[in-house]
Design a protein around this ligand. Structure first.
Ligand code: C2E
Ligand code: MG
Ligand code: MG
Length: 740
């Protein structure tokens, strides 16, 4: 277009505007406007006409192009260009329209506003161009008075701003949808909270962020309502799971607290508090900024929060469910189920340095019963927390009521290290309770292929440790399992055979040493197997004790013995008594005393003809309870003998309190009694018995020489193969007939 053709340019100088009509206050960056015209004068008059114009708080900044080609280049270089005032006819008739196409089609800039201007009405673009290329306005330069130009520019910039908001909103909303979808993946509160903070950071560009909630019901083991930090973005020290107060920021504490009470978002220039609430789960996100966040971002954050609040509730519910399934509520440790899956990992790993262990607190039920469940719980919590202090690589779980599981490197998970944890007493409420424990270990190389298998392996080691009084721990070995399997098989067989009435009671005569008169017999169990051989009671009695079967068997023995006493009486032997052996589990039975008494009554026998043989070891349990039980039995006339005396660990002071009638010198002290210098213990026991006014009987006499020595010591009674082996009922009757 030639300058001479611009006949109507003068119109641009006509001042028809109302000066202050659309002037605003300045507050933002300038709007970039590109003037495209091949006539330099148009540039200057346009600038002049629009000078001092402020649109929506910002001035205009002008860029100039004098050809279509130059215009295209400038548009490309200025991504923040807002408006192009574009001459249609320049180097060619459609140079302006080519610029339009370039902007919309090549550069895909749909946001830039375009106002077409032409000096010649005949060059007006077709209507379709105006529509297809989103042209804001088409004006002949004759139409463009200053006022009209200002109005056109104002409208175009407004339109740009709206388009821009919409498109920013769209980008923001896309971000939110993406972020919300991503957050759905998180199933732990901690991951979720960190995820939310990361998203908020991209939405708000905050420098610091804290995700806070009240402790109780949200933070494990927190029972107060203080604000805790669940997650953190930025900041130098790690504050997660600590109280908000530890931050020592009055601003943060006040704003978080207010936000909780006001139940709404709070925005200031340098910080904000965002309120999250869903289904009773409430939280506040505290943010700090360098610059105020734009309104639009606030809106987006609000939309984001309303979108994710429900997720906050869900993730809590999910965690609660998974806690219920995998966590022990009392101690907060992984529970048995979780421990099993950790053991699965242990079995799969090829780290042979690792050890898995079980720890069983000794006599925990006594503490529970004696001091109350609350103290018991406190003790468990205290033990758990001491175990938690083990080095980081160790995992601790609560596997049963008083059983803990531990997995870790051999250098930590070993007897020495674990026993040391029990050296100091534990704080349980008001009390300082000493406690000790038994341990079962299994090294990685011996572990089975699954957690369940491994757990049973460690259990085998633990159970053996529990029975072993000298050592409170054991390492799993294959032999242990073989032995355990054998034991289980034996127990099963014993149960079946006992039910089938295949146990027998044999009798071993006891004689008066001076006269040789048979004064009674010891009843001894015999278990005959299918092939006619016998399994020794020394083998099966411990199994019966272990399995609890001894209670039924022992009951049967007492009844059999009473029946036998009656039978002997009927046969004319009314001064022959019978002693039966009694095991510890029988004493633990609440009604043991009553069952024995009722057996004597049922069979109408004189109670004094029944004797109970106890070993010193029964006193290991609770001496007073045993003494009380024996007193009651004694009061009924039942006789009490102390078997295997000298082989146990009891203290003489307790022995003195036992209501005894007889003392049995164990075979171990009798064996070498006739050898010079080896009779000292037997002699002492005999002497002691006599001092205590007890009848003394020696067992296991096999030779004449032994008998002679016993005689010389004044031992009262004897029992042993030298006189007779244990024998079935009929044989015993025959033996009696022969000897008495
Ligand atoms: P115990 O009560 O010390 O029984 C004495 C054991 O010594 C018996 O072994 C008896 O056969 C054996 N014996 C007796 N005289 C001699 C001898 O001169 N030489 C040798 N070498 N042995 C002799 P048995 O019958 O094998 O019983 C072993 C243990 O089994 C018993 O020791 C007792 O502790 C337990 N037992 C047996 N029957 C019962 C029962 O009915 N109930 C309970 N709880 N335990 C029982
Ligand atoms: Mg005995
Ligand atoms: Mg004995």
């Amino acid at each position: 277009m030639q300058a001479s053709e611009n006949t109507n340019d003068d119109f641009l100088f006509i001042d028809d505007s109302d000066e202050h009509e659309i002037l605003d206050e300045i507050n933002g960056d300038a709007w970039k406007v590109l003037i495209v015209d091949d006539d330099p004068e148009i540039h200057s008059v346009t600038k002049l006409a629009l000078s001092d114009l402020i649109v929506l708080g910002s001035r205009l900044e002008y860029l100039h192009a004098y050809s279509g080609e130059e215009a295209c280049r400038i548009v490309e270089q200025n991504p923040d260009l807002v408006l192009v005032l574009l001459d249609v006819v320049m180097e060619t008739d459609d140079a302006g329209l080519n610029v339009v196409k370039h902007i919309r089609e090549v550069l895909a800039r749909q946001d830039i506003r375009i106002v077409l201007r032409t000096g010649q009405p005949g060059y007006a673009p077709e209507e379709s161009v105006i529509k297809d290329y989103d042209i804001n306005d088409y004006k002949t330069k004759t139409e463009l008075t200053r006022r009209k130009l200002v109005t056109t520019v104002y409208a175009a910039i407004r339109s740009y701003q709206q388009i821009n908001i919409v498109s920013q909103n769209r980008v923001g909303l896309e971000k939110i949808i993406l972020a919300s979808a991503e957050l759905l993946e998180f199933h732990s509160v901690q991951d979720y909270v960190q995820g939310v903070l990361a998203q908020i950071q991209t939405l708000s560009h905050c420098q610091k962020g804290l995700f806070c909630a009240r402790g109780h019901g949200i933070v494990l083991n927190a029972d107060d309502l203080s604000y805790y930090i669940l997650g953190q973005y930025g900041g130098s020290s790690v504050l997660v799971n600590q109280k908000l107060d530890t931050l020592k920021s009055e601003q943060a504490s006040t704003i978080v607290n207010n936000c909780f009470h006001e139940k709404e978002h709070y925005f200031a220039d340098d910080c904000a508090a965002l309120y999250i609430s869903s289904g009773g789960f409430r939280a506040t996100i505290y943010l700090e900024f360098d610059e105020p966040i734009p309104e639009l971002d606030k809106k987006l954050i609000e939309v984001f929060l309303s979108n994710i609040s429900i997720g906050y509730e869900n993730v809590h519910l999910f965690q609660k469910l998974s806690n219920a399934a995998y966590k022990d509520l009392l101690t907060g440790l992984p529970n048995r189920l979780q421990f099993l899956s950790l053991l699965d990992d242990f079995c799969q790993s090829d780290n042979t340095d690792m050890v898995a262990a079980l720890l069983d607190v000794n006599h925990f039920s006594d503490i529970n019963d004696g001091l109350g469940q609350e103290v018991g719980n406190q003790l468990l919590i205290a033990i758990a927390s001491r175990l938690k202090d083990m080095p980081g690589e160790c995992i601790v779980a609560r596997v049963g009521a008083d059983v803990f599981g531990i997995i870790g490197p051999d250098r930590y998970v070993n007897p020495e290290h674990l026993l040391a944890l029990f050296q100091q007493p534990f704080d349980a409420g008001e009390q300082h309770l000493p406690a000790n424990a038994c341990f079962g270990f299994c090294k990685q190389e011996h572990a089975g292929s699954r957690g369940v298998k491994l757990l049973s392996q460690i259990n085998i080691a633990l159970n053996l440790a529990k029975k072993d009084r000298s050592l409170s721990y054991g390492y799993y070995m294959q032999e242990m399992e073989d032995k355990t399997l054998w034991r289980l098989g034996m127990i099963r067989q014993l149960r079946t055979d006992f039910a089938a009435n295949r146990l027998e009671l044999w009798y071993q005569p006891q004689l008066m040493l001076e006269t040789g008169k048979v004064i009674g017999a010891e009843a001894l169990l015999r278990w005959r197997t299918n092939d006619g051989s016998f399994i020794s009671p020394a083998v099966f009695i411990p199994l019966a004790e272990y399995s609890g079967l001894i209670i039924e068997i022992g009951d049967w023995v007492v009844h059999e013995a009473c029946k036998q006493i009656k039978h002997l009486e009927n046969e004319g032997f009314d001064d022959v008594g019978i002693s039966v052996n009694v095991s510890i589990p029988q004493f633990r039975q609440e009604n043991f005393v009553e069952t024995v008494i009722s057996a004597t009554q049922k069979h109408h026998i004189e109670a004094s003809k029944l004797e109970l043989e106890i070993t010193e070891n029964v006193l290991m349990d609770d001496p007073q309870i045993i003494i009380d039980a024996l007193e009651k039995l004694k009061a009924q006339g039942i006789s009490i003998a102390l078997d295997d005396f000298g082989t146990g660990f009891s203290s003489l002071s307790y022995l003195q309190k036992l209501p005894l009638d007889r003392l049995k010198v164990d075979r171990a002290f009798v064996t070498d009694i006739a050898k010079p210098g080896l009779s000292l213990i037997a002699d002492t026991i005999i002497n002691l018995g006599k001092q205590m006014n007890l009848t003394v009987i020696a067992e296991g006499i096999e030779e004449k020489a032994q008998e002679q020595h016993l005689k010389s010591q004044g031992c009262h009674e004897v029992q042993g193969f030298y006189y007779a082996k244990p024998m079935p009922t009929d044989e015993f009757l025959a033996y009696l007939s022969k000897h008495n």
